[in-house]
Structure formats: C-alpha cells, structure tokens
Design a protein around this ligand. Sequence first.
Ligand SMILES: [Zn+2]
Length: 281
Amino acid sequence: MNIDDTPVLDNHLHLDPVNGRNVAAAEEFAAQGGTHLLVLNKPSWHLVEKATDEAIFREVFDLTVEAAAEATDVLDGRTWPVLGVHPALISKLVDDGYTPSEARDIMQTGLDVAAEYVADGEALAMKSGRPHYDVDDAIWAASNEVMCHGFERAADVGCAIQLHTEGGEDFEDVAQWAEKRGLDRTQVVKHYSGGRLRGPVKSVLADKDELEIAVESDEPFLMETDYIDDPDRPGAVLGPKTVPRRVRWLLENGHEEAVRTAHVETPKAVYGIDTEATLDR
Ligand SMILES: [Zn+2]
C-alpha cells in the first residue's frame, strides 16, 4: 500500500485568508498526497480587532467557511470547517476590563453561533477548551463553564467538539463532564495531543515519537499539524506537508492498519464523515 491508496486527513489546520498563504498551503498539502482537511477558524483576535459580539464571531466564521470552500477546489478530497472560540480569548477579554463571567458569556455566545453554523450544515464540528497556561481560579472556573457550554451545544446539534487544553494525558474528568451533558466521549477530541490519552479521542500532533506511541496503543486516533498559516511565525508549528509525510513514513514501516484508523475509521466514528467516498483521484 502506498499513499495514493488512502485518504490523508489533517484533523486540525488553520487557513488565514486575510494574512496567510491560505489556498497555497492546501496546495502544498495536496502535492504531498494530502486529501482532506478540517479547517479551524483562527483565534478571533487575529482576524478582527476583538470578538465581543455575535456579528464579529460571524465575520470570523464566514471567513473560515469561505477559505475551506476555496481549499476544497485544490484537493482530491475535501475540507470541512470546524468553528469555535479559542480559550485564550478569556484572558484577552479580562485584560480589556471584562470580568471573568462577562468574558464567559461572550465566549458562550460565540459557541452558540458556531453551533448554529453546524446546524445549518455550514460547519462540521465545534471547537472549545480551556487555557493551556496558568490562570487564576475565577478564570479557570469560567473557562470550564465555557467548555461545558460547548459540550451542551454540540450535544444539541449532534456534532463533535475539538478541545484546546493544557497538556497532559488524563482527561477522564473532562470526558465525564461531556457525557453528563449528553455528548459521548467519542465525540470529544483533544487537539494537540500526545500519543497517550485517557478520556477524549486523541488528535496526535504529527511527531514521530508520539505517533509511534499512538500506533502501539491501538486506540482510535487522528493526526494533525495545527498549522497556523501565520507569515510572522514561519516554522512556529508543523507545516502543511507534515501529515502526508508521516503517513508515508507509517506505511513504509508497515502500519497500514494505523493509517486506516487515523484517516478513515476514526474520522467516520467521530464526525460521521466518509473520507473514502469523498475522495476522487
Ligand atoms: Zn489550532
């Protein structure tokens, strides 16, 4: 089996139609054998001054929906938008003078709008989470409330949710919070995960060591770069070629089954997408 025999999905990548390379990044991905992309909206403050109301969230989401549609044109497969609110927005808002609960309300509004895009068929899934850096108790509590609101809305509209969180391997409690709100843990994805994870489904950063761990664990997993498409930070993250390159490497090492897990079966189980039926080479 070689790379042309399988769909290749990057589960978490950003395209920035305002400042970034945008479609050119998707072309680079495709040239290496990549076929499908989940395109995440950039943090709202990168694209517009500050997201504090519904209209601004819509502006950010519309840009992503449009960028994803344009990128589909250069792929043999397709893209799907994933929309939500970056957890670090809470710190930006608090720095601007909002209380943590006011910031929470604003971010929950953003998630309501994201859920609406999913319900309308314009987006595939949602994104939420909590800060990956130390924050005070009030901000931490508010962030967890935002994330749990995300679980509720994802359960309402029947979609999966990607989480941006602190590092670590045990997120059993987070998976239970989701389930308490009606969202199965198999629809909760920890983005930027290592190869080992308890609780949600892992979206493993395409690093060889972590992928090896994921392959050995024999559990569902996804692969991602978290490419940020930011011209000011080239090389800050993995580039768009990385997932196809790692797929090639996995295949060379005889991990056909793991490739199928990450690029066909887990995407189907988590998002209900069919990466094979949507591939036309
Ligand atoms: Zn990201």
